[in-house]
Design a protein around this ligand. Structure first.
Ligand code: KG4
Ligand code: ZN
Length: 336
C-alpha cells in the first residue's frame, strides 16, 4: 500500500517525529529533553514547554531527511496516551493542525500498543499470538498480542513501573535522572549476588515494585550509618544487586505467563528493554524454555515516533481514523 504517514510522539519527555512510506519507517527523529536532569525526574510543565519548542524543528527534519514535503502526506498520526497530559496536548494539537490544513486523515495511537508494534518495524517479526513484556518508566505489563490491533493485558504492576524502580533506586544512589541506563552500566561491572533484595510476593501475573524501593532505601541507610563512603566503594555491586532483583521479578512472571498461555513467542518492549541484563537473561531463558525471542533495536526501545508510525500504518489499513474531537487521555488503556 503506497501511503505516506507523518507520526508524532510527545507523551513524556522526548519530542519525536517519523515518516513511514509504503509500510516502512524511513526515519525517526528524537529530541531528548535534558532540562529535567537536574530535578531528578520529569517536570511536566517544563516538558510541555520543551515539546512546543522542539516539535516544529523535529517535524521539519523528519520531512527533509525523507525527501518529502507536507503535501506528500496521506495521514498524520499522534500519541493519544497514556502519558503526561500537557505533553500529549502538544502532539495532538500539532497533528490536528496538520490534518485540518492538509485535509488528510488523523490517526490516534495508543503509546503502549505502539511500543509493542515497534517489533514490526524490522525483521525478525514475531508470529501471532505472541507474549510481550512491556517495561517502561510508566508501565509494566504482560500482554497477549493476538493481532496488530488486538491485544489483551494479562498482568500488570499494582504500583510502580519497573523503569520507575530503576530510576528511583538510581536517585537514592545519587545518580541523575533517568538513572536506569546508569544502573545498567555499573551493574555490568558488579557482582549480582553480593547484595540481594527480596522479591514482592504477588499472586498471579501482576507485579509490585514499591517494596523493593523501600528495601533499598533501608539497606542504604543502614550501611551509610557504618560507612559514609559505602555507596562509592560498592557502587557496581549495589547496582548489580538491584538490577538482578528487578530482573528476577520480571522473569518469574514472564515464565509463568508463557506456561499458562502456552505461548513461546516472547517479545520485550519499552525503555527498560534496552537493559543489557534483561536482554542477557532473556537469552538464557530462551534456551531453557525453547522460546523464540524478539528484542527491538535500541532506537525503538525508548520513546520514539517510529513505533507510532508503525501502529498508525495498521490503523490506516483498517480505516481506523479519528475525528478532530479526538482528545489525549493520560491513562489510556490498551485496547481502548
Ligand atoms: O519507554 P520509555 O522511553 O518511556 C516511557 O514510556 O516511560 O522508558 C523510559 C524508562 C526510564 O525509566 C529509563 O530509566 C528506562 O526506561 N531505561 C532503562 C535503560 N534504558 C532506559 N532502564 C534500565 N536499563 C537501561 N539500559
Ligand atoms: Zn514509552
Amino acid at each position: 500500500m503506497s501511503i505516506t504517514i507523518l507520526a508524532i510522539e510527545s507523551s513524556c519527555d522526548d519530542t519525536s517525529a517519523a515518516i513511514l512510506k509504503d509500510g516502512k519507517v524511513l526515519n525517526n527523529i528524537v529530541a531528548t529533553q535534558s532540562v529535567h536532569q537536574k530535578y531528578g525526574g520529569i517536570v511536566p510543565e517544563l516538558a510541555s514547554r520543551a515539546h512546543q519548542q522542539n516539535i516544529v524543528p523535529v517535524v521539519h527534519q523528519a520531512l527533509a531527511e525523507a525527501g518529502i514535503s507536507m503535501n506528500d502526506l496521506d495521514a498524520v498520526a499522534y500519541t493519544r496516551g497514556p502519558g503526561l497530559l500537557g505533553s500529549l496536548l502538544v502532539g495532538s494539537s500539532f497533528a490536528k493542525g496538520v490534518s485540518l490544513s492538509l485535509d488528510i486523515p488523523l490517526i490516534e495511537v495508543n503509546h503502549m500498543e505502539a511500543h509493542i508494534l515497534a517489533h514490526f518495524i524490522d525483521d525478525p517479526r514475531p508470529v501471532f499470538p505472541f507474549l510481550c513484556l512491556t517495561v517502561s518508566g510508566g508501565h509494566t505489563q504482560l500482554v497477549v498480542v493476538e493481532d496488530y490491533l488486538s491485544m489483551k493485558v494479562i498482568g500488570e504492576t499494582l504500583d510502580d513501573a519497573v523503569g520507575e524502580a530503576f530510576d528511583k533506586s538510581a536517585k537514592l544512589l545519587g545518580m541523575p535522572y533517568p538513572g536506569g541506563p546508569l544502573i545498567d552500566e555499573y551493574a555490568a561491572k558488579g557482582d549480582p549476588d553480593r547484595f540481594t533484595f527480596p522479591p514482592a510476593d504477588i499472586d498471579g501475573l501482576d507485579f509490585s515494585f514499591s517494596g523493593i524501593k523501600t528495601a533499598i532505601l533501608y539497606f542504604l541507610q543502614r550501611n551509610l550509618k557504618e560507612n559514609e563512603n559505602f555507596i562509592q566503594e560498592n557502587l557496581a555491586d549495589i547496582c548489580a544487586g538491584i538490577q538482578n532483583s528487578l530482573i528476577n521479578m520480571l522473569m518469574e512472571k514472564l515464565v509463568k505467563a508463557s506456561e499458562e498461555t502456552g505461548i513461546r513467542e516472547i517479545a520485550i518492549a519499552g525503555g527498560v528493554s534496552a537493559n543489557s541484563g534483561l536482554r542477557g537473561r532473556l537469552e538464557s531463558e530462551r534456551k531453557v524454555h525453547k522460546w523464540n525471542i524478539y528484542i527491538p533495536a535500541m532506537e525503538y526501545c525508548t520513546d520514539n515516533a517510529g513505533m507510532i508510525a508503525m501502529a498508525a500504518f495498521y490503523k490506516f489499513r483498517s480505516g481506523a481514523f479519528a475525528g478532530l474531537e479526538s482528545t489525549p487521555s493520560a491513562r489510556l488503556k490498551i485496547g481502548r
